[in-house]
Design a protein around this ligand. Sequence first.
Ligand code: CU
Length: 157
Amino acid sequence: MSFRTNLTAMFAVTFLSVPAFADGITVMDSYARAASPAAKSGAAFMMIRNDTGQDDTLVSASTDAASRVELHTHIEVSDGVMQMTEIEGGVPLPAGGTYHMVRGGDHVMLMGLTGPLEQDATIDVTLVFENAGEVEVTIPIDNTRKPEAGAHGSHSH
Ligand SMILES: [Cu+2]
């Protein structure tokens, strides 16, 4: 796990907001958060744009910050009750498409955190794509961020 200690939060936000580019895969607006200060799990959210010119699939993710990483979505199991479940077969990323992970929706699930997700630190996450291969992203931790407008579901983390 690598944590970046920041002199000022403003500097961190500016610096870390630079999108990561790799082989036509662009990761934007990423952040990670813990379910609670003592939680053993957390989640990462981001937008992924596919400019590789071919369809791709996000098949998995990994990080030193957690012992297990899964791609999750939320499904409604009964009236208004949402439950997280692993996305079978990965996430399709059509050529030219942008995939949005949002609170209450799809996310990168961080299970078995190896340490607390401290505000303004960062974690390095490796995204694995079927065609584009591995894409490394440095994701800032923001436990204070509010869910995006339009996000739904009572279960957030
Ligand atoms: Cu989850």
